[in-house]
Design a protein around this ligand. Structure first.
Ligand SMILES: Cc1cc2nc3c(=O)[nH]c(=O)nc-3n(C[C@H](O)[C@H](O)[C@H](O)COP(=O)(O)OP(=O)(O)OC[C@H]3O[C@@H](n4cnc5c(N)ncnc54)[C@H](O)[C@@H]3O)c2cc1C
Length: 411
C-alpha cells in the first residue's frame, strides 16, 4: 500500500471540482490531482439546456472556478485524458496517455452519459444528444439552420431543449412513450401542467408514441417514423431518453456497483480508500433510510464536499434533502424531496395549477415526502424543512395559502 498522501479525483466536472475545493478549504496540504477526460476545465451543465443554449450566456460563465484558481490552490488539473483503470492493490490509476498516478484516497466523480438510441437511423448526422458544452454548441448551431426540430423523450432535458428550440423559432415536435411528460417522476396531475405548458407554447407534444426509425436523406436525419406508420419531418433530432452512470472504471476494479457506485452515507465505496460522489454515486441517505442516486446539480455541488471531508477522516454523513430546479419558457420551478413512482398516497396543491403558480406536495402516510414550488419563490427551504421533519401534516392547512409553511413544520 502506498504511503503517498496524494488525493486523486477522477472526473473534472462540478462534483470533482467541488471535492478539490473542499480538500483545500479543509486544510489538506498534500498533492491533489484532478483528472478529466473533457478538454474544458470543470463547468456546470444546467445552462447548457437553458441560457447558454439560448445564446444568452457566455462560455466563461459556465466554469466552476477561474482558470487561475487551480494553480493558486495547487490543484494538479489534468484535462483531456481519461483514467482507464484502477489498480486497487497498488493504489494507482492508469491514464490513457500512458502515465499513472498513485493515490492514498481516490474519489470517483465520473458522472453519467446520455442513454443512446439503438433504432435504425440513430447514427445519422443531425441526431444530437446533450451532455457537454460541445453538444450544446452543436444543438445551437443546428437550431440556426432548422425550421423543424424533433425531440425524442419528454424528460427534463428534452423539455428544456424543446423550449429553447421554440425560442429559436423552430417548429417543435416532442415524442414521448408515456402518456404524459415526466409522468413517472411527477404523477398525472403535475405532469399535466408540463404538458399544457409546452402545448400552450406551440409544441406539438405527442404522448404514448413509439418510434420505429429515424429516417434520413443521404447521411442526414430527415425525420422520424412512428410505429403507427406516420412520419414526423425534422431537420434536427434531439434525443433525451435518460442517462446512465459512468461506472465502468468502478466495475472493472471490482467495486460494488448497482445503479451507480454503491457507497455509504460517508460516500465510501466497498473499498475503504475509494469514494464516489455526484451523478455516479448510489449513496445511502440517512434521512430517507435507503440508497438513492440523484442526477441533479445540487447533489453534484454538495455531496462531494461531504466526500472530501470523509477522505480526510472527518465523521460526516451526507443527508441533505434532494433538490433540483428547471426553467422552461416563463416557468421556473424548484423541487425538494424524494418520491418513488407510485410511492405516495396523494398530491396536495396550494395555489393555482391552471395559472402555473402553485406548490404541489406529495404525501405518504400524511407526511410530506416532496414538494415543488412553481413560479412561487422563497418557500423551498420551508418545503425542505417539512420533508426533513417527516411528521404528519394536516392537508387542509397545507393547501391553504394563508397558513405559513413554517408553522406546519412542527407537526
Ligand atoms: C444539459 C443539462 C442540463 C441540466 N439541468 C439541470 C437542472 O436544471 N437542474 C438540476 O438540478 N440538474 C441539471 N442537470 C444535471 C446536473 O448538471 C448533473 O447532475 C451534474 O452535472 C452532475 O455532475 P457530476 O460532476 O456528478 O457529473 P458530470 O457532470 O457528468 O461530470 C463527470 C465528468 O467526469 C468525466 N469522466 C467520466 N469518466 C472519466 C474517466 N474515466 N476519466 C476521466 N474523466 C472521466 C466526464 O467526462 C465528465 O466531465 C443538467 C444536466 C445537463 C446535461
Amino acid at each position: 500500500m502506498t504511503t503517498d498522501r496524494t488525493h486523486v479525483i477522477v472526473g473534472a466536472s462540478l462534483a470533482g471540482a467541488k471535492a478539490a475545493e473542499t480538500l483545500r478549504a479543509e486544510g489538506f496540504d498534500g498533492p491533489v490531482v484532478l483528472i478529466g477526460e473533457e478538454s474544458d476545465r470543470p463547468y456546470e451543465r444546467p445552462p447548457l439546456s437553458k441560457d447558454y443554449l439560448l445564446g444568452k450566456a457566455e462560455r466563461e460563465t459556465l466554469y466552476v472556478h477561474p482558470q487561475e484558481w487551480y494553480a493558486e490552490h495547487d490543484v494538479d488539473l489534468r484535462l483531456g485524458v481519461a483514467v482507464t483503470a484502477i489498480d486497487r492493490a497498488a493504489h494507482e490509476v492508469s491514464l490513457a496517455d500512458g502515465t499513472a498516478a498513485g493515490y492514498a484516497k481516490l474519489l470517483l466523480a465520473t458522472g453519467s452519459s446520455p442513454r443512446r438510441l439503438s433504432l435504425p437511423g440513430a447514427d445519422l448526422d443531425g441526431v444530437l444528444y446533450l451532455r457537454s458544452a460541445g453538444d450544446s454548441d452543436r444543438i445551437r448551431t443546428g437550431f440556426q439552420g432548422a425550421s423543424r426540430v424533433a425531440v425524442i423523450g419528454a424528460g427534463w432535458i428534452g423539455l428544456e431543449t424543446a423550449a429553447a428550440a421554440r425560442a429559436a423559432g423552430a417548429e417543435v415536435t416532442v415524442l414521448e412513450m408515456a402518456d404524459l411528460p415526466l409522468l413517472r417522476v411527477l404523477g398525472h396531475q403535475v405532469a399535466q401542467v408540463f404538458a399544457d405548458l409546452h402545448r400552450d407554447n406551440g409544441v406539438d407534444l405527442r404522448c404514448g408514441v413509439q418510434i420505429s426509425e429515424i429516417t434520413g436523406r443521404g447521411d442526414v436525419a430527415a425525420g422520424l417514423r412512428l410505429a403507427d406508420g406516420s412520419h414526423v419531418e425534422a431537420d434536427v433530432v434531439i434525443v433525451g431518453v435518460g442517462i446512465t452512470p459512468n461506472v465502468q472504471l468502478a466495475s472493472a476494479a471490482g467495486l460494488e456497483v448497482d445503479n451507480g457506485i454503491w457507497v455509504d452515507a460517508q460516500l465510501r465505496s466497498s473499498d475503504p480508500d475509494i469514494f464516489a460522489a455526484g451523478d455516479v454515486a448510489n449513496a445511502f441517505h440517512p434521512l430517507l433510510g435507503k440508497h438513492v442516486r440523484v442526477e441533479h446539480w445540487a447533489n453534484a455541488l454538495n455531496q462531494p464536499q461531504a466526500a472530501a471531508k470523509a477522505m480526510l477522516g472527518q465523521d460526516v454523513a451526507y443527508d441533505l434533502v434532494p433538490y433540483f430546479f428547471t426553467d422552461q419558457y416563463d416557468l421556473g420551478m424548484e423541487y425538494a424531496g424524494y418520491v418513488e413512482p407510485d410511492g405516495y398516497d396523494e398530491v396536495v396543491f396550494r395555489g393555482d395549477a391552471g395559472r402555473r403558480e402553485f406548490i404541489a406536495f406529495w404525501l405518504g402516510g400524511g407526511r410530506v415526502l416532496a414538494g415543488m414550488n412553481v413560479n412561487v419563490w422563497d418557500v423551498n427551504e420551508a418545503i425542505q424543512a417539512l420533508v426533513r421533519a417527516g411528521r404528519p401534516v394536516d392537508s387542509a392547512a397545507l393547501s391553504d395559502p394563508e397558513t405559513p409553511l413554517e408553522s406546519l413544520v412542527g407537526g
